[in-house]
Each structure stands twice: as C-alpha cells, then as structure tokens.
Design a protein around this ligand. Structure first.
Ligand code: SF4
Length: 475
C-alpha cells in the first residue's frame, strides 16, 4: 500500500480515487460518489417519475441544482412578458420541472431567475463547479466542468434517477489520454479552433474509453472561458471527459464566486486543489502532441465535428472506396458540398453565436470585436444568445449587446436555443448555418439544416461578409 500511495498519479487518478466508494471488479463496475448533480427540464422528468414510483426522496437535494435551458424560449416576451411559451412540449417540460423541484426540494433557477442559463455556464459562474469534484448531468457536454479539474461527464436519464436516489453512480474506470499542447495561438486562432483541430486529428472516436487531460503551455495560458470551450467538446472526440489541472487561473476565477469557499475554508480548498495536478512522472495510457503555433481558424464541412479543415483550405478529396468513402459521400451529399471545393466564399444564411461551447462573455466579446461598427450582410440572420442571464447582463453593461444590435443581430435571452432547436429557434431545411455550438449532426439545428462549426470570430466575420470568411481579415 505504501508503495502505491507514493506512485505518481494523474489528475484523473486522484479525483477518481477520492470518490471511489467500491472499486470495480472484472464483473462489476465501480461505485463512484457524485459531488454535484446538475439537472435540466429535458432529461429529468423520467428520473423524477422513477423516484415517485419507488417512494424515494432525492438523497442529497443540497448537492442537486436545477435550471431550465434546453427548451426555454429566448424571446423576452415569452420569458418575462405575458406571451405564453409557444412550443407546447417546451411549456410542459418547464412546468414539469417546476413541479418536480418543489415536490423533491431541489433548488431551481426558474424562467425569470437572474441566475438561470445553460447548465454548463451557470454552475461555474456560481462557483458551484470546483476542482476535484465529480459532477454529472443528463447532458453530454457536462465535460465542460473538467476545465476546473473536476471529473465531469454526461449521464442518461436512468442514471439521473440512480444519482437522485443514491448520490452514486456505477462506472467502469476509463483510461487516460494526455493531449499536450505547446506554443502560442496566433491572432484569430481561438480555443474553439484548437479543440476542432484536436478532434480532427484524433477523430471522433479518438478519445473513446479515455478521460483526456489537456496539458502544456498553451493550455496553461488559456482563460477559464477558453478552457471550458476545450473541455466542452471532449465528448465530440468520444472521450468520457476532459480535464485541465487547476492553477492560479482557476483560483482567480473562483475567488469570490457566490458558492466558492470563503475565508479559512478558501485557503484550505486552494491547498487541496493545488495538490490535484498530475504528479511529475505520472504515466498516461496514451498521449498526443499538438503544435498550437501552426494552427489556423478551423471550420467543419461535414456532419460530425471531426470533418474539419482550416478555413483557408479546401474540403478534402473523396477518400478511396470503403467505409470512409460512404461516410464522406453521405455527409457531403447532406451538406450540398463537393470534395476538393473551397469553403471560403460559400454563402451563409444563418449565423448562431451562443451555446455552452461559445456562449460566455469572452466569446461574445470576440464576436463584438469584429462586429463593432459593421453591419451584417443583407439576407443573413445573426442570432446571438448569451449562455446565461448573467452573461446577458454583463454583455449589456459592457455595450456588447448594443454593438450586436447596431450590426443587425437578433439579441436574445439565454438558453441552448439554436444549438439543438428544441425551443423553436431552428435553421430552415437546406440553409447553411455557421454555428459556435458543438454538434453539426444531420438535423441538429432543424430538419435538413446544414451546420458548419466554427469560432465566434469566424462566425462574426462570416455574418459580415455573408459568406464563409477568414476572421483574420478583420483583426
Ligand atoms: S447548449 Fe447545446 S450542447 Fe450545450 S447544454 Fe445546451 S443543448 Fe447541450
């Protein structure tokens, strides 16, 4: 035991060991304790029904936090006015969560709460997301919280029920993958471009069965907003989660947040968090090296986030006959593109800036940098949706919202919105949408909608030009 305790461990190993109630065996998964359970209106109703049918309470309501985001309207008159929610299913989900939260004693940030927003935006904002925690939510992009050195991952509706009832989860222990990123990001190249490049390099299954730790000088130089963008999309590389070791950037972000520890408890927490970093000499199951200085702004051309190229490059040529060719043909047929064609200059119908990937203040500031004093092209619809009500207020106070409105953008209340279109904010069939969200799957933004994932800078530049554009032209 003494030798094992001395062995160099990764960040992931440390967090896992601290939460393992029962270790896994060949026949049974481990039992993992969960520190924070985030819930929303779409994946929780079934789990509450399960509790009700079993006559069970929520075991730790104090470790459970509910918000409304996936299907909520973004039009002010439906959020704060007297206009009812126009999408029936959404209205039902919102009412259902209100009733369930009241019945089971769960804290809820309801529609008009100033703390409401996308689940992965509000928890960090509150300081509820902290280093070393285990965090789950019935949403794939829970990996976002890994930016703080938490082990955070998405779970299914049935597992939401398990966590409600037991505050634990059955889990197989994943392997570890180090993604080492070195070198400065060039002007116009953002965290979104970096993660799109990583997914393009390792593929949409490259992280399967692993927890990624993002490491290296480039990652250390990123802000928390940028680290969240990176960790957010870990799931798009197939990884169970993504993590960044907590450091001064993390502590500075969390200091003074409403739910961060205070006084002596803060000092003790920081000492504990500091010790979470991967030990010198710890061994990862796999590793990948990335040269950040060589990166360019990236954009997807197909129907998964791994089908991605630098915005200045052409769509790749058709692969040789086989499974890859079938996937390529189907994707390009859906997108209305041809192998070898240039992406720059292709017409754009809609631009969406928002989501848990790029709906934070830094993302909006980046977009505003390009939109300031400019107008969006005729015929283009630009929808800008802040990740939370707090981001909205801050963006308004800083004058960003006015820049957006002056440019001709539609500025809305917070929510997931066009990331998945459950609230009626959709892209029409056949239209091209540059989106700062994380999934470009067929139909993700609406039936027949064609999604191209990119950074807020590329999205804003393309809105101004009305065609796919290189943001570096505007810097
Ligand atoms: S913004 Fe999109 S990816 Fe993020 S939580 Fe909402 S639906 Fe999920």
């Amino acid at each position: 035991m003494a030798a094992r305790a001395m062995a160099a461990r990764t960040l992931f190993d440390k967090v896992w060991a601290e939460h393992q109630v029962v270790p896994e065996t060949a026949d049974t998964p481990a039992v993992l304790y969960i520190d924070l359970h985030l819930i929303h209106e779409v994946t929780s109703p079934q789990a509450f029904s399960l509790l009700r049918s079993l006559g069970l309470p929520v075991r730790r309501p104090d470790r459970t936090l509910a918000t409304m985001d996936h299907s909520t309207p973004t039009r002010s008159e439906q959020v704060f006015g007297t206009v009812p929610i126009t999408v029936d299913a959404a209205a039902k989900q919102v009412r259902q969560l209100e009733a369930n939260a009241a019945e089971f004693g769960v804290e809820l940030f309801a529609m008009r709460d100033a703390r409401r927003g996308i689940v992965h935006v509000i928890s960090p904002e509150l300081g509820a997301t902290q280093p070393g925690m285990t965090i789950v939510c019935g949403d794939s992009h829970t990996s976002t919280h890994g930016a703080f050195g938490a082990l955070a991952f998405g779970i299914g509706s049935t597992e939401v029920g398990h966590v409600f009832a037991t505050q634990c989860l059955l889990q197989r222990k994943p392997k570890t993958l180090a993604v080492n990123v070195e070198g400065p990001l060039q002007p116009g190249v953002s965290a979104k471009d970096l993660i799109l490049h990583i997914i393009g390099k390792i593929g949409v299954s490259g992280g399967t069965g692993h927890v990624i730790e993002y490491r290296g000088s480039t990652i250390r130089a990123l802000s928390m907003d940028e680290r969240m963008t990176i960790c957010n999309m870990s799931i798009e590389a197939g990884a169970r989660a993504g993590m960044v070791a907590p450091d001064e950037v993390t502590f500075e972000y969390l200091a003074g947040k409403p739910r961060a520890p205070k006084g002596a408890a803060w000092d003790a927490a920081v000492a504990r968090w500091r010790a979470l970093a991967t030990d010198e000499g710890a061994v990862f199951d796999a590793s990948v090296d990335i040269d950040a200085a060589a990166l360019e702004p990236m954009i997807t051309f197909g129907t998964n986030p791994g089908m991605v190229v630098p915005v200045t490059q052409a769509i790749p040529a058709r692969p040789a006959p086989g499974a890859a060719q079938t996937v390529f043909d189907k994707a390009l047929d859906y997108m209305g593109f041809e192998g070898g064609a240039s992406l720059l200059g292709k017409p754009v119908n809609v631009v969406f800036i928002g989501s848990c990937t790029n709906g934070r203040l830094a993302d909006l500031a980046a977009a505003a940098h390009i939109l300031k004093g400019r107008k969006i092209a005729a015929g283009v619809k630009l929808l800008i949706v802040p990740g939370s009500q707090q981001v909205k207020l801050e963006a308004e106070a800083l004058g960003l919202a006015q820049i957006f409105k002056d440019a001709g953008a539609d500025w809305r209340e917070s929510g997931c919105s066009m990331c998945l279109g459950m609230n009626g904010d959709t892209v029409a069939s056949g239209q091209y949408c540059i989106s700062t969200s994380n999934r470009n799957f067929e139909g993700r933004q609406g039936v027949g909608a064609r999604t191209l994932l990119a950074s807020p800078l590329t999205a804003a530049a393309s809105a101004v030009r009305g065609v796919i554009a290189d943001p570096r032209e505007y810097l």
